[in-house]
Design a protein around this ligand. Structure first.
Ligand SMILES: C[S@@+](CC[C@H](N)C(=O)[O-])C[C@H]1O[C@@H](n2cnc3c(N)ncnc32)[C@H](O)[C@@H]1O
Length: 351
């Protein structure tokens, strides 16, 4: 199931969506302007249909103050940068047969057919890192297979998620300071946004990162299905959000779609994101908030602790909580967009 959305600028969205869907703009970060470009994106979002984000009516403004280096990958143990052995460039096609070596820890991180394994425990023979169900569930091959074949689309029905291409349009403004730079699609799942980012041509490097090897496998399969996919700017990486394999202050933007509530510790994860973002770098994320009518559910605050203890999934009860989380992790300029339970947030690393 996939829908074709017409291009709508963020500010005209409320009328386009009708009265049942309300979008609120809490504040609007005004980026500095340098040069301009227009983009058109087409991405395969499910096995059966294409979705399209049409050229923007408003030109996208590019700020050139971005990191151009491709050497942002770091050892997840010591955070020192890595030496790439084998292929000379990072890309979807070059992972197989390549090795990333840490000269400090003397540890190697190997690429396979689909991705680089950059988890701390990569290469361990007997130890398996225990993760909560909200992380483990996405490692099942069936869940990964179903993710873009109905699972993700269901977020629009119960959660007010506008859908990948509309979400991409909504985040364009937030991402302006990172255009032409690198972007990490954190907890990318099967890569629906990573593919959009790569195909947009707006970024010099896209890292699709997830803990689930099967989600990354699916991402790889979707890419393989498209003959003209620009593979040279995309790299697939397996990593834990709480231990990001990037050099500190090296990343221009981190996007995390529908993932904050799945992370074992949102605060550790956002702190890691804050560490890797360069000054002025942007964090954009979507999740859902149970407020409005849900605020009347008795003992919801206490129940969510039990839910978190059992499932590992964190339920957010207000935007203030998300703002607090970002502020506590050293991010500033919090902005949010709402549509029912759906929320898109953005915050930046101070300059
Ligand atoms: C609901 S999916 C979101 C996928 C995609 N970003 C989207 O917008 O649809 C949540 C993703 O978070 C990933 N995830 C869960 N725990 C993680 C962790 N500890 N580190 C990295 N990724 C994690 C899962 O593997 C899953 O792919």
């Amino acid at each position: 199931m996939a829908a074709v959305f017409s291009n709508v600028s963020s500010l005209s969205l409320p009328s386009q969506l009708g009265n049942s869907r309300r979008f609120f703009f809490k504040s609007c970060a005004r980026p500095r302007l340098f040069d301009k470009r227009i983009f058109a994106v087409k991405v395969r979002a499910s096995s059966t249909a294409f979705v399209e984000a049409k050229p923007a009516t408003e030109p996208i403004v590019v700020e050139n103050e971005v990191s151009s280096s491709k050497s942002i990958l770091a050892c997840p143990i010591c955070y020192e940068s890595l030496t790439l052995i084998g292929n000379r460039v990072l890309s979807v096609d070059s992972a197989a047969g390549s090795t990333l070596q840490c000269n400090t820890c003397k540890k190697s991180f190997y690429g396979n057919q689909t991705h680089y394994d950059m988890t701390v425990s990569s290469g361990a023979k007997d130890y398996g890192a225990p993760m909560p169900p909200s992380t483990e569930i996405f490692r099942f091959p069936l869940i990964s297979f179903l993710y873009e074949r109905g699972w993700r689309q269901s977020f629009s029905i119960w959660g007010g998620f506008p859908g990948p291409e509309k979400e991409f349009e909504l985040m364009r403004d937030f991402l302006k300071p990172a255009l032409d730079g690198n972007i990490v699609d954190a907890s990318c799942g099967s890569g629906l946004f990573s593919r959009l980012f790569a195909q947009s041509g707006l970024f010099s490097l896209v890292i699709a990162l997830d803990y689930s090897e099967n989600m990354l496998q699916q991402c790889y399969e979707f890419i393989k299905q498209e003959e003209t996919f620009p593979k040279e700017n995309l790299t697939l990486v397996r990593a834990d959000i709480s231990r990001l394999p990037f050099v500190s202050s090296s990343v221009d933007a981190v996007h995390a779609g529908a993932a904050l509530h799945c992370w074992p510790s949102p605060s550790t994860a956002v702190a890691e994101i804050s560490r890797v973002l360069r000054p002025g770098g942007v964090f954009v994320a979507t999740t859902y908030i149970l407020d409005g009518p849900f605020a009347f559910v008795p003992f919801l605050r206490r129940q969510r602790q039990n839910i978190a203890a059992i499932s590992g999934s964190h339920i957010f009860l207000s935007e203030r909580e998300l703002q607090d989380l970002c502020t506590a992790c050293g991010l500033v300029g919090f902005t949010s967009i709402r549509n029912g339970p759906f929320v898109m947030i953005s915050a930046s690393k101070p300059n």
